[in-house]
Write a protein that binds this ligand. Structure first.
Ligand SMILES: [Zn+2]
Length: 428
């Protein structure tokens, strides 16, 4: 299967709206700027080429049916399937095994989103796996299902909420999937009780070493689980923020060097206990998160090539960084890039495969170029903040306006004394 038009889209529309003050209206029918959420979702998918829809209904099925029957959607086919009793987000799939396409998209009915479906689908089909989960860092990882991945984005652990000190970063499940039909082997024909994807099925799939991947994206996907979130979604919609984050449109970013900018500079952070955030880091990132810029970390970590630490150690350090930021004020990096290489040989214990003259070690701009490709970033309207001339050189090489955080007068043109000075200029 290569064509988006062949994919079925399954919407889970069984959520109750009682907690949201919607009375007996199901959540997916909540009004977003004059149009019910569910209708927005269908139109969005239809515009991107989806033709076949399945609505998995539970609570409020008759209201959903009644609503959809009044609407005229051209050239699409909507099947409504009603659970005889609550089966859970995964359990209800036992009802549709024979009517979905070989690969199919799954979306929760309480999500407000706008994303480049083609980009997500082509990434997912290329992975040739059982499941791809859209995932992103967020400002409330404490009460989100979290995902641990390896360097290839393969899922190695799925940590359902509630959790205490999970050994992973801030990468949460956005409840937006692409599945292969192979996933039905985890759904029994007859469901006893309730089966949920996050609680029951994904952890089991990870334990069976099923091929599951993450698509790490920065587009707008949020649930409308509380009254406040509905209000926020309406505001974001009005401001155009939901649409503008779609990868179809150019994004802009602020790139941050890590050591000496985000964390205290010591002579190489090789142990997790040595990692300490700089005083202004969380506050700075929060400002970026609230702006229209992505926050992206780009860091040289030659300690890996030199044998001072392993990749796994670095990942643990980055997990700690993400949790320190989340704990401080809910701030986050949209993505993190590191270069493990180092060109000069001659260190005892060095790792040969990383001892290369690569394209990613700053002052080369490889990490910025890679991030730009993945997140469709317009580098010429992006910025970089570093504390070394190498950073500035990397930025300028690809037309990224760069700031040098330093005390002495190294480079008057780019120099700043505090990161907030740079942000004041960028965000003014
Ligand atoms: Zn490199």
């Amino acid at each position: 299967m290569k064509n988006i038009e062949e994919l079925t889209a399954v919407f889970l529309v069984g959520g109750k709206g009682t907690r949201l003050g919607l009375g007996d209206l199901p959540k997916p029918l909540v009004d977003i700027q004059g149009i019910p959420l569910l209708e927005r979702m269908i139109l969005n998918f239809q515009n991107q080429g989806i033709k076949n829809f399945i609505m998995l209904c539970g609570f409020g099925a008759s209201k959903i049916e009644a609503h959809l029957s009044q609407k005229q959607f051209d050239n699409i086919n909507i099947k409504i399937i009603i659970e005889p009793k609550p089966l859970g987000t995964a359990g209800s799939f036992s009802l549709i095994k024979d009517i979905v396409s070989d690969k199919f998209i799954v979306v929760y009915g309480d999500l407000i989103f706008d994303l480049d479906l083609n980009k997500f689908v082509s990434y997912s089909l290329n992975k040739n796996c059982t499941a791809v989960l859209y995932a992103h860092p967020n400002d409330h990882p404490f009460d989100s299902d979290l995902i641990k991945i390896n360097l290839d984005n393969k899922i190695v652990d799925f940590i359902s909420k509630p959790h205490v000190n999970p050994s992973c970063g801030n990468l949460s499940n956005a409840a937006f999937y692409l599945f292969d039909k192979a996933i039905f082997k985890y759904i029994p024909e007859k469901i006893e009780g309730i089966l949920d994807w996050g609680k029951d099925i994904f952890p089991k799939m990870v334990a069976k070493k099923e091929k599951m991947y993450v698509y790490r994206g920065t587009e707008y996907i949020k649930d409308i689980g509380t009254k406040e979130r509905i209000l926020k979604a309406n505001i974001d919609f009005k401001k155009g923020k939901i649409l503008s984050k779609n990868y179809k449109y150019k994004q802009k970013a602020i790139f941050f060097d890590r050591d000496g900018v985000i964390n205290e500079e010591i002579d190489g952070v090789y142990e997790i206990s040595k990692f300490k955030l700089r005083g202004e880091a969380a506050e700075i990132l929060k400002r970026v998160n609230l702006s229209n810029f992505l926050a992206i970390c780009v860091t040289n970590q030659p300690g890996i090539a030199k044998g001072f630490m392993k990749i796994e150690d670095l990942i643990q350090i980055h997990n700690k960084m993400e949790w320190l930021l989340a704990n401080a004020n809910g701030s986050f990096f949209d993505d993190i890039y590191f270069c493990p290489h180092h060109p000069e040989k001659g260190f005892p214990g060095e790792i040969k495969k990383y001892k290369i003259d690569c394209e990613c070690r700053k002052p080369k701009p490889g990490m910025l170029i890679e991030a730009a490709k993945k997140h469709n970033i317009d580098l010429s309207s992006s910025y970089l903040i570093g504390d070394n001339l190498r950073d500035i050189e990397a930025g300028e090489a690809v037309n990224v306006k760069s700031f040098l955080l330093c005390e002495e007068s190294l480079d008057k043109e780019h120099q700043i004394n505090k990161i907030s000075e740079a942000l004041d200029q960028i965000l003014k």
